[in-house]
Design a protein around this ligand. Structure first.
Ligand SMILES: Cc1cc2nc3c(=O)[nH]c(=O)nc-3n(C[C@H](O)[C@H](O)[C@H](O)COP(=O)(O)O)c2cc1C
Length: 111
C-alpha cells in the first residue's frame, strides 16, 4: 500500500482573516492537514522553525518582511524525517508575506 506523508507549516496566534485580525487557536493549514489526513490516512508531520514566529500579526509580518529582504531563511527544527519511506508527499503552508512559503521553509531540500 502507498505511504502518504502530510507535512505542513502552520502558525497559531493572530492572523488576518476576512478583513480583520483574529486570534487562531489552531492554524488554518493545521486544520486542512487534519482534514486531508482523515481522507488519505498516512503520517502527519508539522514543520517547525527553531525560533518561533511571534503571536502578534503585524510583528510577525514585519519580521518576515525583514527576513525576506535579507534573503534570510528560518532554520527548521532538525527532525529525523525519512522522506524515502513515502510514495506521496502532500505539503501544506500558508502564504507568508504575499509569497508561497516553499522557498522559505527549505523543505524541498530534504527530498
Ligand atoms: C512568517 C509569517 C508571515 C506572514 N505574513 C503574512 C502577510 O504578509 N499577510 C497576511 O495576511 N498574513 C500573513 N501571515 C499569516 C498567514 O498567511 C496565515 O493566515 C496564518 O499563519 C494563520 O494560519 P495558517 O498558518 O495555518 O494558515 C503570515 C504568517 C507567518 C507565520
Amino acid at each position: 500500500m502507498k505511504k502518504v506523508l502530510i507535512a505542513y507549516f502552520s502558525h497559531e496566534g493572530e492572523a488576518y482573516v476576512g478583513g480583520k485580525i483574529v486570534k487562531l487557536k489552531i492554524g488554518n493549514t493545521r486544520v486542512a492537514a487534519q482534514m486531508i489526513h482523515g481522507l488519505t490516512g498516512g503520517d502527519v508531520f508539522r514543520i517547525e522553525t527553531e525560533k518561533p514566529y511571534p503571536d502578534e500579526h503585524m510583528e510577525n509580518v514585519e519580521l518576515a518582511k525583514s527576513e525576506q529582504y535579507a534573503k534570510a531563511r528560518p532554520v527548521l527544527k532538525a527532525d529525523a524525517l525519512k522522506m524515502d519511506d513515502y510514495d506521496t508527499v502532500i505539503l501544506g503552508y500558508p502564504k507568508l508575506v504575499g509569497r508561497y512559503a516553499d522557498d522559505r521553509l527549505q523543505f524541498f531540500g530534504k527530498l
